[in-house]
Every structure is written in C-alpha cells, then in structure tokens.
Design a protein around this ligand. Structure first.
Ligand SMILES: *Cc1c(COP(=O)(O)O)cnc(C)c1O
Length: 351
C-alpha cells in the first residue's frame, strides 16, 4: 500500500508555509530573518525568538524512549491537535466519514462535526469490546479513519488487541487510529511496536494524564514517516511553544517519576474500587486499565447532583450510550478519594 493513498490529494500537493526557521535551522548566527525583537522579552525572559517548528530536540529524546524514529513522531498542542489534523488530512468535507466506536472520547465527533465530516458508528459491546461485525457493517467506501480508543474513555478498559489487529489487516487502505491516552496505566504494550507492520496505523498518546502535564498541552502521534510529513505540512508552523518544548524535554528526563505516579494511582484505584464495591448503591464497577473508574449506581443522577453540592465533581455519563446510570470517576489522592467515599455514604444514609 502507498501511504499517500490515505491522504487527501490537495495535501499531497500542498506547498506549506516556509518559516524563517525552515530556511536556516542552524543554532549559531546573527538572526535578522524573522522580525523578532533582538533584546529579551518584556518580562525579562528569553522568549523573543521563534521556537523550533519541528521540536527536533524533543523528538530525538522521545524517540529513544518510545523506540521509533524522530521522523515518525508528530507533536501537537495536546493530542486534540493530532485528532483534528488526522481528520483534516484524510477526509474531504461533506463527503468522507470517520468510524467511531461509542461510547468513546467526544473529541473525535466534535472535530469531525467542525469540519463537516460524517460519522459512522459501530457501538462497542456491553462489556466495551470491539464488535467486529458492527464495524464491518458500518465501514463504507467513504470511510477514511477507523478510530479506536484503548484504554477506552469513558469505560476505562483496554480493548482486545486481536480485534484491533484484525481491523488493521482487514482495512489496509484506511487509516486505523489507536488513541492510547491512558496506555501508561495499562499492563499491555503500546501499539507503537506494530508501526513497522502496518503503514496505515497511527498511535496517539498524550502527556496530559500519567505524565501530569495537562496544563502545558502536549500530545503525540506516532506513524509512518509519510503521514507525519503531511501532518507537519498542515499544522500551524510553531504549534508547540518554546516553554512547553523546554518542559517536555525536562519531563522526558523524569520518566521514573511518571512510573512512580502510575504505580501509586493504580494502588489508589484498587483501594477506591474496593471501597465502592462494598456500597449498596453501587451496581457495577467496570474493569479499568486506566486512571478512571466507570461506575453504575442506583440513583446515579441524584448522586451526581449531591456530590456537586459538596463540590465533588465527577463526570456524568448517564446519558451516554451503554453508560446508563454511570458516573466516571477519576482516581484522586487518598484524601480526595476518601472525601468522595464519605459523601457517597452520606448520600446512601439520607436516601
Ligand atoms: C484526555 C484524552 C486525550 C487528551 O488530550 P490532550 O489534548 O492531549 O490533553 C486524548 N484522548 C483521550 C481518549 C482522552 O481521554
């Protein structure tokens, strides 16, 4: 398969904006090419120069950690940027569609709606696994992306690896995106290791969850270099700012800290699940491979309102397909989880 078969023809031909930093990428020199302020920033800091448009230092370091070539990495302003751009580079508005597997992360549909790209849906099974028959039924000739979220949000579970592999094999001319925002919390390996076998595979990860960098906005897409090249053409030239690039580099030297956080959060999750399990109001706790628990409650909506009054904010998923009476709970600190549990007990006592 030719990777460019996946891409909208106008983006293959597109001549991207050529920034000053594209034309000369050396570090040393007298820079009179970008109309920057030659002094410092007005804050006294050194933000007066444009940042590296391709975040090369970050990618070189990240490539060592992830075991892929730097040219197979795209960095975005959150993985939300990657989601938006992947739809943009593959789908023609008012003609093409992406296939999503509800219940899943809301941004896929929002990005598609914004771009006037159609949505095909193949709901997950009741235990949130891929329904292969439903996928085969829903895919059509205008489908450009099959979108899988694993571990899935809001259900929290990893989907069966074998089902994803089957889709990669069955649809070599469609892009298969695996959103691994929560992969750090899972015991299973990332699909990044499958990239050499499937040129149609794109893996998305983020620094917003396990790495604790949500406020800085950094996400990554890993794919065949030809796909990354197109993403680079279409993105804003300086999509990752200098401060974020510096903090990302710093964070990559602290992978052990991320691992320690993951270990702690998983212990806290098990503890919280253990407490919830004993409660009369809890009907089901869905298996989780992430830092969230999807929980089915009796009187879920009422409980949600009650918690909100105590300023305990969980995510109301009661109106989401297959998530009837479910709240999604992010694992917090020991104190936060205790507060939650105490308030659920208080709700039980008055109801
Ligand atoms: C949180 C989340 C993201 C993350 O987005 P960022 O833009 O990187 O913060 C992506 N996908 C899923 C499924 C998520 O839950």
């Amino acid at each position: 398969m030719n990777v460019t078969d996946l891409i909208r023809p106008n983006f293959i031909q597109l001549t991207p904006y050529s920034s000053a930093r594209d034309e000369y990428s050396g570090k040393e020199g007298t820079f009179l090419d970008a109309n920057e302020n030659p002094f410092l920033s007005v804050t006294g800091e050194a933000f007066n120069r444009y940042p590296d448009p391709y975040q090369w230092a970050c990618k070189v370091r990240l490539s060592e950690i992830k075991g892929v070539a730097p040219k197979q990495i795209f960095l975005g302003n959150g993985s939300d940027e990657a989601i938006d751009l992947l739809i943009r580079i593959t789908c023609q508005p008012k003609r093409d569609n992406i296939l999503i597997l509800p219940p899943t992360y809301g941004m896929y549909k929002v990005c598609a709606d914004i771009q006037e790209i159609f949505i095909q849906e193949a709901p997950l099974t009741a235990d949130f696994e891929i329904d292969l028959d439903a996928v085969f039924d829903a895919v059509n000739s205008a489908t450009k992306i099959i979108w899988i979220c694993s571990p899935n949000n809001p259900s929290g579970n990893l989907v069966q690896r074998e089902a994803v592999l089957q889709l990669l094999k069955a649809f070599p001319h469609k892009m298969v995106v695996v959103d691994e925002a929560y992969i750090d919390f899972s015991s299973q390996p990332s699909f990044i290791s499958e990239l050499p076998h499937y040129p149609n595979l794109v893996v998305i990860q983020t620094f917003s969850k396990a790495w604790g960098m949500a406020g800085l906005r950094i996400g990554a897409a890993y794919a065949h270099a030809a796909i990354i090249q197109i993403l680079n053409k279409v993105k804003y030239p300086y999509n990752i700012n200098q401060l974020t690039q510096a903090k990302l580099l710093e964070s990559l030297e602290n992978e052990a800290k991320k691992e320690a956080y993951v270990k702690e959060i998983l212990e806290l999750r098990e503890h919280l699940a253990g407490q919830l399990k004993t409660m009369e109001i809890v009907e089901k706790i869905f298996p989780s491979d992430s830092n969230m628990l999807l929980v089915r409650f009796k009187k879920a909506k009422e409980l949600f309102g009650f918690l909100l009054e105590s300023k305990i904010i969980v995510r109301d998923r009661t109106n989401v397909v297959l998530c009837k009476d479910c709240l999604r709970i992010t694992v917090g600190t020991i104190e936060e989880n205790e507060q939650l549990v105490e308030n659920i007990r208080a709700f039980e006592n008055i109801k």
